[in-house]
Design a binder for this molecule. Sequence first.
Ligand code: G3P
Length: 219
Amino acid sequence: MKFFIDTANLDEITEANELGILDGVTTNPSLINKEGIKGEDNIMQRYVDICNIVDGDISAEVVATDFEGMVREGENLAALSPKIVVKIPMIKDGIKAIKYFSSKGIRTNCTLVFSAGQALLAAKAGATYLSPFIGRIDDISWDGIDLIDQIVAIYGNYGFTTEVLAASIRNPLHIVKCAEVGADVVTSPLKAFLALLNHPLTDKGLAKFLADAAKSRPA
Ligand code: G3P
C-alpha cells in the first residue's frame, strides 16, 4: 500500500518525507489556495518545490474543464517533472483528456470520484490513479469504505490496472479500513498518518521500560 500526503504545505511534506515511508503527494486547488499561493508562476513553482522534496508521484490538478484546456494545462504540468501526475476531474471532457494523456504516456489521477460507475469510466479511459473521496461520502451519511471495497472488486474482476487512491481521508481508522479492503494508495493529511502511531499501551509500556532502564543504570 502506498502512502501519499494530501497537502501543498512544504513543512508537512518534509516532515512526512523524513519518516521514510512517503510514496507521493496529492494537491488540489483548495490545498494550493490554503497555502496562500497566488499566480500561475508561483503555483507551478510550488509543484517543482514538492518534486524536489519527494521521490514519488506528485499529483497536480488542472483547472480547465474543457478538453483542449485540460490538454494544454496537463501538458504544461507534465513538463515540470517526470514525477508529475496530471489530476483531472471526473467529467465528460475529463474522460476524453484521460484517454488522450494515457495514449501519450502521461500519467493521470481522476479526481472527484463518488461512484463505481465513475470508477469504471476512468479505468476504461486508462487513468493511472482513481481518487474516490471517502470522507466526503461519510459526511453525507453514506459509507466511503464500501465504495473503495466495491471499486477494488470491480477492478479485480477485469484486471484494470488503474490504482485505487483513497482520498478525503479524515482519520487513522479510514487508513486502516482502506488497507483492509485493498486500496492501492491512501492520500492523507499528516495528522491522520501521525495518529497511526498512537496507542496508550505503547506510551505506558515505554514509560515502564525507561523507568526500569534507569534503575539498571545507577548514576
Ligand atoms: O485531494 C482531494 C481530497 O483528498 C480532498 O479531501 O478533506 O477536502 O474532502 P477533503
